[in-house]
Design a binder for this molecule. Structure first.
Ligand code: ZN
Length: 167
């Protein structure tokens, strides 16, 4: 499909609460295809629809760990995602964002989350995620609520080299 331009942090489109999706139609599936293409081209490990200027509650995440066969590379598509459970335990980690190029920040997130939503065909999806995957879901769900990681970070800096995957 199409690689779309990614909005940057000063764009108002990133600061709005995105609209819920109520129709699981061809338009939604085209949007999801564009989001996957755009995320892979960036490259990034996650993307939310508002980042390509579409105010819809849709996120895509593609993450795996080549050193850990328990975490194979998996693509997640979530429409109207919600965090229905999260651990009390928080962990600190370094995040970057495709909409805040050239920066990184340290952000506290819940270590474990359970995320519920639907896929692009309307099928129910529920994922229990730990560690980095949990962090990516929290970062992307923030995007559809108009929140950037820079709002949560204690410290933001310009890394001299790639310190983190960009979400
Ligand atoms: Zn981001």
């Amino acid at each position: 499909m199409t690689i779309k331009p990614i909005l940057s942090f000063n764009d108002n489109g990133l600061r709005q609460e995105a609209q819920p999706v109520d129709e699981f139609n061809e338009d939604l599936r085209n949007l999801v295809e564009d989001m996957i293409d755009t995320m892979r081209a960036a490259p990034g490990v996650g993307l939310a629809a508002p980042q390509i200027g579409v105010s819809k509650r849709v996120i895509v995440v593609e993450f795996g760990n080549e050193d850990d066969e328990l975490i194979p590379e998996t693509l997640y598509v979530l429409v109207n995602p919600e965090i229905i459970q999260q651990s009390k335990n928080n962990v600190s980690g370094i995040e970057g964002c495709l909409s805040v190029p050239g920066y990184a920040g340290e952000v506290e997130r819940a270590e474990v989350v359970t995320v519920r939503g639907k896929d692009q065909f309307g099928k129910k999806v529920k994922i229990r995620a730990h560690g980095w995957l949990a962090r990516i879901f929290q970062h992307e769900i923030d995007h559809i609520n108009g929140i950037l990681y820079t709002d949560r970070a204690d410290q933001i800096w310009q890394p001299t080299q790639e310190e983190t995957d960009t979400i």
